[in-house]
Design a protein around this ligand. Sequence first.
Ligand code: AMP
Length: 296
Amino acid sequence: MAVSHRLFRPATSTVKNIFSSYLIRSLSSSSGSSLDPEIDLKEAASQLEKSSSSSSSPHKGRNFHWVFLGCPGVGKGTYASRLSSLLGVPHIATGDLVREELSSSGLLSSQLKELVNHGKLVPDEFIISLLSKRLEAGKEKGESGYILDGFPRTVTQAEILEGVTNIDLVINLKLREEALLAKCLGRRICSECGGNYNVACIDIKGDDHSPRMYMPPLLPPPNCESKLITRADDTEEVVKERLRIYNKMTQPVEEFYRKREKLLEFELPGGIPESWPRLLRALHLEDLYDKKSAIA
Ligand code: AMP
């Protein structure tokens, strides 16, 4: 597989050139939502270009600009967060940015809640603007590089990202479909520390075509046990809708990166103990992990 881990290159073309053909669109045109168009796509893309430029970063050396793709429940957050600690780059999950926004009050927040709680995507303009703000804040703190989780989720988002930065690698996590729904339904979050856990014990019998798959629960430590909450969009009906939307809107993003030879397909063989070492091997990061573990 021709996946190269290229160093960051600043964008060579401006968003204006790339998106000159985009008409200023209202938010409602991209996702069928009725959100009031405060931001347009061109403006959001221009914000993203400014915030993703690394020129002011004091860090030297290697930057990682990685993306995690994969269906809801596949484990993007788990593996992106582990890699983020290993590589020393921020893990930016656009779903977390959206949930933070939802926790504020106001009309926009209640309109967004409607979309998110029904498993729909929020408009491209909105998510790009949120991401730009997060990148800008990170730049001010001296962050460089990132592991994006949950972005891009549409081809338009992927095109915009491609126009403003050079993504080195896209890791496409895959998991057997039977496990995805169970994993979403079993997800629990600690309302105090934000820790992610899973109470589902997945045990899929093997057959002639596929081996047994066992994923043990990821239980919380005793001090989180009484503070666990379930995400409002982790109900069976909404998870099925999110899976449908993934197949319709996000699967074409896989093809977008496959064509550009940036896609690394990774089939999760089971739970974290089995999958993490294999993922490290696929990314040629076992040595770095061993070195870091030896120091710790
Ligand atoms: P997640 O935590 O990644 O499952 O995201 C939760 C919800 O946030 C999604 O179902 C969408 O409603 C919204 N969201 C997150 N990222 C994006 C994105 N890149 N584009 C549109 N909507 C998003």
